[in-house]
Design a protein around this ligand. Structure first.
Ligand SMILES: Cc1cc2nc3c(=O)[nH]c(=O)nc-3n(C[C@H](O)[C@H](O)[C@H](O)COP(=O)(O)OP(=O)(O)OC[C@H]3O[C@@H](n4cnc5c(N)ncnc54)[C@H](O)[C@@H]3O)c2cc1C
Length: 457
């Protein structure tokens, strides 16, 4: 315990890269999607395969170091100080296997949605990905996975059929509904606390085309459009998943000219159904006269970038909360607080419509069996320096304050700052997760962004 890590032995044992501070590639490997985060682990390993992961776990365990699995660092901020830890970057484990007949995908820990969605789409299949192709399938799914088909098909974690995971005891396990069901349950929505996932298998759905797009309206019409959207969400079937959003596009050269440096209020939507019905459903919002209307039938791959999330790393701050409901008066308060004329610098504030399948608890579902609330709020602003961080945080607080009456809890994946993990789960779920942690990692070898502490006797 506490002995100087013998990095040379580790290097000689694993197939992947082992990087120490000062090594070429170390700084690149410690980088994350959020440039506000400056993580400085003692060691970085980029495992080539599951066996490398097991070797790293045994090595770290022997030397009382903590193991921090990470892919993109999209949700790295809550981790805090990584001094003395081994950062395990899964970037090289990008294998994707699609079994079209069984409608299943088996993907490595490093696979991003961009590695899965286009190939599945070519086979007439859709996966339950979210708003950006750039996050890892594993990180997204362990935290729940709220995507474009969510109101019809539920959370991604509840379409998982099996997981390969290396646990803190250095054992590589396959868990599924029949094998170690309790660990399988915890991994599906409980986050990355319970081991290093090396591969994940999940269901794909037969979808050749969806009716999807964005309506862009002038920013000044934010209250009117979001009010109309809120009323409209009460009328749509579960097959329609949508977002009401205010966007102030930054003046970045990579943003297409019609949007660059301009502000809009938007309605984004994906309808799992035919064009005629989709068009009928959109009619009440179309009648408002959008500046731009991109709704059309597209293959599943066509919605991967519908939400226009930036592909390149940025310095940013975000905040979020689940909303029990949203009323017309709430929309007014929200728009007054962060809409036109408020002075808000937030690049994007969005309200996603929940409900439908997200609200139904199915037998055999994981730790996040349902999304609480009827809507979820997420806001983000660019924070290029410490003063910018403070400014954006204040505006995010103003955003949340405007909807305080509807505060309905936190969603793990959208929680990008350190919180008490007990706030993320209902009490009974949290206690059950703590018991699973105690059984698989009582000494806390694995470090997750929203780590569940082991239950104590
Ligand atoms: C632009 C953007 C858009 C997003 N859109 C959505 C969305 O539509 N829906 C949604 O639900 N979420 C969304 N998210 C949130 C995203 O799903 C989470 O940030 C998720 O944790 C990202 O996973 P990652 O592995 O890429 O990130 P990382 O920061 O690399 O990992 C996050 C955490 O996941 C765990 N983890 C990752 N890999 C492993 C592994 N192999 N084994 C064990 N634990 C692991 C760890 O605890 C890690 O700290 C979005 C985030 C961003 C930045």
């Amino acid at each position: 315990m506490g002995a100087e890590p013998d990095v040379a032995t580790l290097r000689a044992t694993v197939r992947g890269a082992v990087l120490e501070p000062g090594d070429e590639g170390f700084d690149e490997a410690r980088g994350t999607y959020n440039l506000v985060v400056d993580q400085r682990p003692a060691l970085i390993v980029v495992p080539a395969d599951a066996q490398d992961v097991v070797t790293v776990i045994r090595y770290a365990s022997h030397r009382a170091m903590r193991v921090v699995p990470q892919r993109t660092g999209h949700n790295a901020e809550p981790l805090g100080d990584l001094a003395g830890a081994v950062l395990l970057r899964t970037d090289a484990m990008r294998e994707v296997r699609i079994d079209a007949e069984r409608r299943r995908a088996l993907v490595g820990a490093g696979a991003k949605w961009e590695d899965v969605v286009p190939s599945a789409s070519e086979l007439g299949l859709a996966a339950l990905h979210g708003s950006t192709p750039d996050v890892s399938v594993v990180g997204y799914t362990l935290g729940g996975g709220l995507g474009w088909y969510a109101r019809a098909l539920g959370l991604a974690c509840n379409s998982v059929t099996g997981i390969q995971v290396a646990t803190a005891d250095g054992v590589l396990r396959w868990v599924d509904p029949d094998v170690e069901p309790e660990l399988f349950w915890a991994l599906r929505g409980g986050g990355g606390t319970f081991g290093v996932v090396t591969a994940i298998e999940f269901r794909l759905y037969p979808v050749t085309e969806v009716y999807a797009g964005v309506l862009f309206f002038p920013w000044e019409r934010s209250a009117e459009v979001l009010r109309a959207w809120e009323a409209w969400t009460r009328t749509v079937p579960d097959e329609m998943t949508s977002v009401g959003r205010i966007m102030q596009f930054p003046p970045f050269p990579e943003i297409p000219e019609p949007m660059r440096g301009k502000a809009f209020v938007l309605v984004e939507g994906v309808y799992l159904g035919d064009e005629e019905t989709g068009a009928q459903l959109m009619e009440p919002l179309r009648r408002l006269g959008p500046l731009l209307d991109t709704f059309a039938m597209v293959p599943p791959a066509g919605i991967a970038e519908l939400h226009m999330d930036p592909p390149q790393p940025l310095p940013y701050q975000s905040d979020s909360m689940v909303l029990t409901d949203v009323t017309q008066a709430d929309i007014d308060r929200f728009v007054d607080a962060i809409g036109p004329g408020s002075g808000s610098p937030l690049v994007s504030v969005e309200i996603r419509h929940l409900g439908g399948e997200l609200d139904r608890v199915r037998r055999g579902s994981g730790a996040l069996s349902r999304m609480p609330g009827s809507y979820i709020l997420f806001g983000v602003g660019i924070a290029p320096d410490p003063a910018g961080v403070q400014t954006v945080r204040q505006w995010l607080a103003t955003m949340k304050e405007s909807l305080r009456d509807q505060a309905g809890g936190l969603y793990l994946n959208f929680t990008e700052k350190a919180v008490d993990p007990a706030e993320i789960f209902p009490v009974d779920v949290y206690e059950r997760l703590r018991a699973v942690r105690a059984s698989v990692d009582p000494n806390g070898l694995i470090r997750a962004n929203h780590e569940i502490p082991a239950a104590r006797d």
